[in-house]
Design a binder for this molecule. Structure first.
Ligand code: PLP
Length: 413
């Protein structure tokens, strides 16, 4: 299998090349050259997430130097549960937050890290700018991996206390920098560093890297199989979306022939994609801050891959205000018996608007990660998952730096 650029002006590459490059040389994003067709019976006898993932990812690894390592990569990366929980007769929730940093980004980050290890790539620096969840997941995934350094930039005053802990507790091969500036400043520093041809040892681990998207496809494959085996019906997915990497995984799983009926995407007050689905006009804009901060994206980069795919599945999108996020969290324990994180609450709010049956709500983070938002609304404490409380107990280590690109680049040599 080869991978091609969405812009179509750079050569097709192998999987390993696409993983290491991050972005194609023509500025496009890598996508699979083709989508092989699977039958449901191809998965007969396979039930665990890791086994289903190894099966569906096989064709994408074919012919690459990583082909023989795929099973090992899946077993090492997916060492935590990805349960599909029944909420009501016609509604389930896919919990993607049981990894080390309690958000779905652990799935992609851990897979990418295991691919790097299996490729025996060394002397690389993974550079990430983060507004919260990505940096923690990448740091956790690459911590103590041989030959690889991780450099994280986060806005000094732009992340929650618990997010900051997850960015700064690592040490060893992980260096965290609190930038005196905004997330946009951090992103610009990363972009400038990548544009500097003398810094050739840099790799990216944000969701433009296809190594994060392929594994995200596999939990939609698994969940659609689990649901259809149990109910004899094809589910739709409701996906809290920001940069649309998570939703893209569902579109790809459908393209492979998996039993997925339709895709619904919930966004917050950042309405670029919502407006596009209404007007068919693509008008990126600056992001606005909301309670669901990991979805605060004004120019969702993975929509380029969505456009390129030309999927024929039914898609819909709604925008959920902060007020409705609050209401959904407050009502969550009574209506659903669940505590939702602000991101998941957008999808739950959408489920409450839809009359048709057979939906899977995708839960992207554990509510304890967003304690300062959720606890005051509920009026009580939320239990912290073990993995998260371990991280929170480690002392922070980080340096404060200015948002000046030149002095930052000098630190990378
Ligand atoms: C990143 C993130 C999202 C948005 O996912 P995209 O792939 O960017 O659309 C939603 N919820 C949480 C908790 C996240 O961390």
């Amino acid at each position: 299998m080869k991978f091609i650029s969405t812009k179509g002006k750079s050569p097709a590459v192998t999987l390993s090349q696409a993983l290491e490059a991050g972005m194609a040389s023509d500025g496009g994003l890598y996508v699979p050259e083709e989508f092989p067709h699977f039958e449901i019976k191809d998965f007969d006898g396979l039930d665990s997430f890791s086994d289903i993932a190894s099966k569906v990812l096989e064709p994408f690894f074919k012919g690459d130097q990583l082909e023989s390592s795929l099973k090992k990569i899946c077993n090492a990366a997916f060492s935590f549960p990805v349960p599909l929980k029944k909420l009501k007769d016609d509604t389930s929730v896919l919990e993607l937050f049981h990894g080390p940093t309690a958000a779905f980004k652990d799935v992609g980050a851990r897979f990418l890290a295991e691919c790097f290890v299996a490729s025996k790539i060394t002397e690389r620096t993974i550079l990430v700018a983060t507004s919260g969840d990505t940096g923690g997941a990448v740091a956790a995934a690459f911590h103590k991996k041989p030959g690889i350094k991780v450099v994280i930039l986060f806005p000094k005053d732009g992340v929650s206390e618990r997010q900051k802990k997850q960015l700064t507790c690592w040490g060893d091969n992980v260096e965290a920098f609190a930038v005196n500036g905004t997330f946009d400043d951090c992103q610009k520093m990363v972009k400038d560093a990548f544009a500097d041809k003398s810094l050739r040892h840099l790799s990216s681990a944000n969701s433009i890297n296809i190594g994060r998207l392929l594994p995200q496809m596999s939990y939609y494959v698994a969940a659609s199989l689990w649901y259809s085996r149990l109910h004899n019906k094809n589910p739709g997915f409701i996906i809290p979306s920001g940069n649309f990497g998570n939703a893209l995984g569902a579109l790809w799983a459908h393209k492979l022939g998996l039993p997925i009926r339709e895709i619904a995407m919930s966004v917050n007050a950042n309405k670029t994609a919502f407006d596009y689905f209404k007007t068919k006009k693509w008008e990126p804009r600056p992001s606005v801050q909301t309670l669901a901060n990991a979805m605060d994206v004004g120019n969702p980069s993975n929509m380029e891959r969505v456009f390129h795919l030309k999927s024929d599945i039914k898609m819909s999108c709604i925008s959920v205000s902060d007020d409705d996020i609050r209401k959904t969290i407050v009502a969550g324990e009574k209506s659903w018996g669940e505590i939702w994180c602000p991101h998941t609450a957008t999808a739950v709010s959408m489920r409450e608007e839809i009359n048709s049956p057979d939906w899977i709500i995708v839960s992207t983070a554990h509510p304890a990660k967003f304690d300062t938002i959720v606890e005051p609304l509920l009026g009580h404490k939320i239990e912290v998952p073990n993995a998260l409380s371990t991280l929170l107990s480690i002392p922070s280590k980080y340096q404060e730096i200015s948002s000046d690109t030149e002095s930052f680049k000098a630190m990378l040599f």
